[in-house]
Design a protein around this ligand. Sequence first.
Ligand code: MN
Length: 233
Amino acid sequence: MSDYVIDPPPVASLPVAGSTARFPVRRIFCVGRNYADHAREMGHDPDREPPFFFDKPADALVVGDEDVPYPSATDQLEHEAELVAALGSGGCNIDAAGALDCVWGYAVGNDLTRRDIQAEAKKLGRPWTMAKGFDGSAVCGPVYPAARIGHPVSGHIRLLVNGTLRQSGDIAQMIWTLPEIIAALSRLVELKAGDLIYTGTPSGVGSLVPGDVVEIAIAGLGEVRSRITSRSC
Ligand code: MN
């Protein structure tokens, strides 16, 4: 018999590519404006900003090719194709030089965003939580172990909607590299095994509507294909 007064929530997890094993997810961190062309398209100067972070709850994960219900409370759901790092260990004040030792694997992700709520939050100086951390906002594909594929520092990242190219870039274009991101984030929180880091999106973000099919691919990390379905709430 458990002492819990209600059933504890299930552990969020991702499949491991080429295996029946699962990667358990603890927290989901995201980096803002980490590609210069995307920072510019959002009206910011890419040269001056240190990295900044927001997060999503672990149970916002949409795993692999599962359908994504169009979220409530928005008329501007936007896609952001991103490289996701999955940590196998963590720590505080991690040195960038050894930071990749913390990375267990990599995946393809979509940092779904209620852009209208984000725009209002920016204007009013409010938190981004409801713009970024809503149910179903963290699409993520299978985790490819670094032990098998290494630590990718370059590679094509692209996103198509209904077969039309919307985003195309290279992960080598990140303003802050993954080791720099881990070092900066670990000065703010203690990172731990199971943490995911969404590393930012290249330019070309845009709106989605129910019925759209979103395909995201990163060289060496396969492809995630999501169908946007009608609102569930
Ligand atoms: Mn993003």
